[in-house]
Design a protein around this ligand. Structure first.
Ligand code: NI
Length: 141
């Protein structure tokens, strides 16, 4: 069967602060800018998850995107939407919540929750309309 990729998008909102306690306030401000503001701030995140696999001859689908949406909600959105990423998300505990680190953590959440013949291909996490991070998994070159 032909192998194709399918993508599902979800939206969520979350607060965070980029801050290293081992740096001075000036160093944090220099590197992280407004994302280092002491009293938190929010982003309207957009998450695109792409799966890859053979087309199921019965359904014509790589994967039922309702099921992918459900996995994205259960594994990611339900835990982070309208939450503080620094304080309230167990699977981000101790992680500096940059878009990069967040995208990798999302990959790790989703990689084990797909049907057997479907593989996770790509996670793209948009933090703003201008900034996005792409992660192709630990085995990507
Ligand atoms: Ni920020």
């Amino acid at each position: 069967m032909p192998v194709v990729r399918a993508t599902r998008r979800v939206h969520f909102c979350a607060a965070h602060r980029l801050f290293r306690p081992d740096w001075t306030d000036e160093e944090n401000r220099e590197v992280f800018g407004a994302c280092s503001n002491p009293n938190w701030h929010g982003h309207n995140y957009v998450l695109d998850v792409t799966v890859e696999g053979p087309i199921d001859p019965e359904t014509g689908f790589v994967m039922d995107l309702k099921l992918l949406k459900a996995a994205m909600n259960t594994e990611v959105v339900d835990d982070v939407d309208h939450k503080n990423l620094n304080l309230e998300v167990p699977w981000l505990a101790g992680v500096l919540p940059s878009t990069e680190n967040f995208a990798v953590a999302i990959w790790d959440r989703l990689a084990g929750s797909l049907p057997d013949d479907v593989r996770l291909h790509r996670v793209v996490l948009h933090e703003t309309v201008n900034n996005a991070v792409e992660y192709l998994g630990p085995e990507a070159p």
